[in-house]
Design a protein around this ligand. Structure first.
Ligand code: HEM
Length: 388
């Protein structure tokens, strides 16, 4: 810091005083500028770090969806019959402890009706899968919670933004509960989980994923100046693609929960027809749309084609928008590629009688479709301005 000129200075004349005064205010002004630049650089660095953290959290949620899908498809989801958030983090550590867990599983309807052939070694196989699924859930909790505490203590997260992050964290807690609520529905006389609860669990995971990616992208905006221009039409189409994907995923969850992928294994026709017979065997008729496996698969396919149509319209709109930059166009093509892959994987899932890895890839790729729609919507929107 420059010190102000003093009249007691023997070398000071009126001229030198003015010159010194100018220099001093110039130096002070420059240091204020430097401080402002430093503060801006620090704010940008914090925004980058928070944005990356949120996107990493989204990746963990995606990993949870993948491991959850693997758990379901390998029939391991009901192997742990209790929900102990803290003590359950430790697997059985002795032979006696394993026997105890095995005894609880042997008492479960799933063992008695479906898995009665399972030895202790077979049981260990499915136990480890479900245990890893739950462990990943716990690790995800820490990946969210510890940096969250750090940013709050540092004062980098406050106001509306803190409320938004806490809201997502609360949804994560609800997701853990919903996971258990779903498993509990399969621990009764009929050893298969409710397809509605399974779908709710999947949809909440995807909603959390969307919230994290959206917040991550918008906070990331603050870290660097952007030349982006708002393209409202492209953005609306991207959001319509996202909404349609969500509706399609809802019926995907019902297909998975009802094991309805096995009721028709032909493509593109269903049992030789565009519209198969026996779509309305249950009464009331509307109940077929969510409870009759064949109708549920039919609805899922129809929604999938609708989504693909909306995505094609999105690409056409983007290409026709003169102001769309190369990065917006790339995002639109990427969305199209993701949805074409998704429909192909869906077809392969039915043709292979729900082969584990094919069905799992189909489930995971839905996240790619969602992420692609979000990125396109983001690139077609005006850059975010710093809020709280
Ligand atoms: C935009 C297109 C599509 C999306 C977003 C989508 C999404 C999904 C999702 C997320 C699931 C998994 C639900 C869960 O595991 O809880 C699913 C399941 C399924 N989908 Fe799709 N899907 C699409 C297209 C298709 C198509 C075109 C077919 C068939 C021709 C199809 C057949 C299936 C089947 C059979 C299952 C159940 C697989 C299982 O039991 O794990 N999907 N879908």
């Amino acid at each position: 810091m420059a010190s102000p000129p003093t009249t007691s200075d023997p070398t000071s004349s009126p001229m030198t005083s003015i010159a010194q005064g100018d220099a001093t205010s110039f130096v002070a002004g420059a240091s204020t500028d430097t401080r402002a630049m430093d503060a801006r650089a620090a704010a940008a660095a914090t925004a980058t770090a928070i944005s990356r953290w949120l996107l990493v959290c989204a990746l963990f949620v995606a990993a949870m969806v993948a491991v959850g899908g693997y758990t379901r498809l390998s029939h391991a989801g009901l192997s742990i019959t209790e929900w102990k958030p803290v003590t359950g983090a430790l697997p059985p550590l002795s032979h006696e402890a394993w026997l105890g867990e095995y005894a609880k599983y042997r008492a479960s309807p799933e063992f008695q009706l479906l898995h009665h052939w399972m030895s202790l070694e077979d049981f260990k196989g499915i136990y480890w899968i479900e245990w890893s699924h739950r462990l990943l859930g716990r690790v995800t909790g820490f990946v969210v919670l510890l940096p969250l505490l750090y940013w709050v203590v540092k004062g980098a997260l406050r106001g509306r933004r803190l409320a938004a992050v806490l809201g997502v964290f609360a949804l994560g807690g609800l997701q853990g509960f919903l996971g258990w609520f779903m498993v509990a529905s399969g621990l009764v006389r009929n050893p298969s989980v409710s397809h509605f609860r399974l779908t709710a669990h999947l949809l909440l995971a995807l909603a959390i994923f969307v919230a994290l990616v959206t917040m991550g992208l918008r906070i990331g905006d603050e870290a660097r100046p952007s030349e982006r221009v708002a393209l409202p039409r492209v953005r609306s189409f991207a959001l319509a693609s996202l909404a349609s994907t969500f509706v399609t995923v809802t019926w995907g969850g019902l297909v998975a929960g009802l094991k309805a992928g096995l009721v028709c294994d032909t493509f593109p026709l269903m049992h030789g027809s565009v519209i198969p017979a026996n779509l309305f065997v249950l009464s009331p008729a509307a109940s077929n749309l969510v409870n009759n496996g064949l109708a549920v698969q039919f609805v899922h396919r129809t929604l999938a084609y609708t989504t693909a149509g909306i995505v094609i319209a999105t690409v056409v709109t983007t290409m026709r928008t003169a102001a769309a930059s190369a990065s917006v166009r790339r995002a639109a093509w990427f969305l199209l590629a993701a949805v074409v892959l998704q429909v192909t994987l869906g077809a392969l899932t039915v043709l292979t009688h729900v082969h584990l890895h094919t069905a799992l890839t189909h489930q995971c790729n839905a996240l790619l479709v969602i992420a692609a729609a979000l990125v396109l919507a983001h690139r077609a929107s005006a850059p975010a301005v710093r809020s709280a």
